[in-house]
Design a protein around this ligand. Sequence first.
Ligand SMILES: [Zn+2]
Length: 262
Amino acid sequence: MSILKSEAIVLYSQRQGETSKRLQLYSKEYGKLGVIVKGSQSIKARHWGSLETLSYIEAVFYYKSGRPLHYIKQASIIHAFPSLHSELGKWALAAIPLEIVNRTQEPEDSNSYLFDLLLKTLCTLEKNEKGLKNIIRAFELHMVSDAGFKPSLTRCDHCSNETEALYWHFLIKRGVLRCSQCGTLERESLKISTDARKALNWLMAVSIPDSPTVLLPGKLGKEIDHILYAFLEAHLESMNNLKSVRALEAMQKNLQQNQNSR
Ligand SMILES: [Zn+2]
């Protein structure tokens, strides 16, 4: 058994009995790890209480190779993200990158780029009040690009045409475009407007902290989300039917209905 130390983000936290918690961590050094926290003296009471989903912590843990769960020796909170906890809309959005990391990452497969990306995403959500969905979209595009599936959205894959048209075809499986003249016989292609193509290119290039600076109109945002999730599901099997995305959609539908009934 060895004693290891790493920064980590709590992907989820579950109580176990009266005095223990089970955490799923995404750690900078060791990737995804399941750990047990006992409410013992080594964890100060105030820290034990705040070892919740979303917390950014420094953890020292007893590690034994081949075990699915390890034991926390000490933990301290680096940042608890209070506004993500207190604002329902932000909480619902923050749940999406947490679920994506939990679903797509294998245990103990470290990726410090993805760790930093997740941390920047949560920090940017915490600090901003507008353009929040762009932060999640930029996270998703940066993450899928890092996984080796960066879409190519600058020119027609067949004739190299770059001139603007009303719409393009996006070949989801191949991650490339066809212009409207070349068309496509592939079943798994989606029509994509020129505005959506530009916005997706911008979101791929922008840094996470700058991603909320441009507000996209609602209709364009919906088009982008539709294309983006179809693309993510086609390339990362574990992305199918994300609970956090369904929960956000249900919340938005409820809000809309409440506003309409006023
Ligand atoms: Zn073409």
